[in-house]
Design a protein around this ligand. Structure first.
Ligand SMILES: NC(=O)c1ccc[n+]([C@@H]2O[C@H](COP(=O)([O-])OP(=O)(O)OC[C@H]3O[C@@H](n4cnc5c(N)ncnc54)[C@H](OP(=O)(O)O)[C@@H]3O)[C@@H](O)[C@H]2O)c1
Length: 246
């Protein structure tokens, strides 16, 4: 990465925010810099400082969407609006509508899980679930997270369920226990046989690293093209990376 990109962190004092700041200020210090750190105590000045960032990374709570929306909808940085990477999960329909509106103003990438393993699991489920469904297998999911998690099922569980043909919301079982970072298991029950696919997050760093890679990609694109709006996904990011390798 040649130029340093300015990053504003929303939810900077949280578990994910701290993991992100650790990477930005340590390992990735030559490619990016923290220009604003936002949390519940931040005032209007802090938020307007964030407009000078190339990209915002939001790992806060869904209720912060209102503030995010009002600052971005009425503000403008020196080189247009920052791009946004959203890791926050559990948005209501009205919060989702605010994000849709932001995607008409700038580029927005949202992912319920930024780990490479979960992206691979999603691709595997998209491929295998129709084959298993046609052979009479029925899927279910068990997801386990720490007791502090606010939303259930997890955003990752919903993403994986959407990728799994035949997996309905009532067959997702959510467990909240201890300090589990995030486990997802999809089981396919057939006649006399059972198949399972599992992902275990062992550190929050996997999400932070994935989100930062996506943010630097977004920031680079933003600088090159200056303008651009709309939703992007992690699939877009990986497809562009893979295309570069071909
Ligand atoms: N996509 C992924 O890969 C992924 C991975 C892990 C977690 N997540 C999601 O990321 C989010 C954060 O997780 P976490 O475990 O870090 O949560 P957390 O420890 O509870 O931290 C939440 C942070 O959000 C801040 N916040 C809450 N309301 C706000 C508001 N109105 N304005 C500004 N900041 C506000 C809090 O500020 P204070 O410190 O001032 O209270 C805190 O810093 C959750 O939605 C979680 O589900 C996503």
């Amino acid at each position: 990465m040649s130029a340093s990109h300015g990053i504003a962190l929303i939810g900077s004092r949280g578990k994910m925010g701290r993991a992100l700041a650790h990477l930005i200020e340590g390992e990735l210090a030559s490619s990016c810099a923290l220009v604003a750190s936002l949390h519940t105590q931040s005032d209007d000045r802090d938020w307007s400082k964030a407009l000078s960032a190339d990209v915002w990374i939001d790992f806060s709570l869904a209720r912060s969407t209102q503030r995010l929306h009002s600052v971005l909808a009425s503000g403008r940085g020196p080189s247009g609006l920052p791009a946004i990477v959203i890791g926050t999960t559990g948005h209501s329909a009205s919060e989702r509508a605010m994000l849709d509106e932001l995607a008409t103003l700038t580029r927005v990438l949202q992912a319920s899980n930024f780990s490479t393993g979960v992206l691979a699991l999603k691709k595997a489920l998209e491929f295998i679930s129709p084959l298993l469904g046609d052979s009479g297998f029925r899927p279910l999911m068990v997801e386990t997270h720490h007791v502090h998690k606010k939303d259930a099922p997890s955003g990752t569980a919903l993403t994986l369920a959407a990728a799994t043909r035949g997996l309905t919301d009532e067959r997702i079982y959510s467990i909240r226990a201890g300090e589990v970072i995030g486990d997802h298991r999809v089981e396919f029950h057939g006649h006399g046989e059972r198949l399972s696919f599992e992902h275990h997050a062992q550190s929050r760093e996997i999400f932070a690293r994935g989100a930062l890679q996506a943010a630097l990609w977004m920031a680079g694109r933003h600088r090159r093209e200056r303008t651009g709006t709309g939703w992007l996904t992690l699939d877009d990011f990986f497809e562009e990376k893979l295309a570069c390798l071909k």
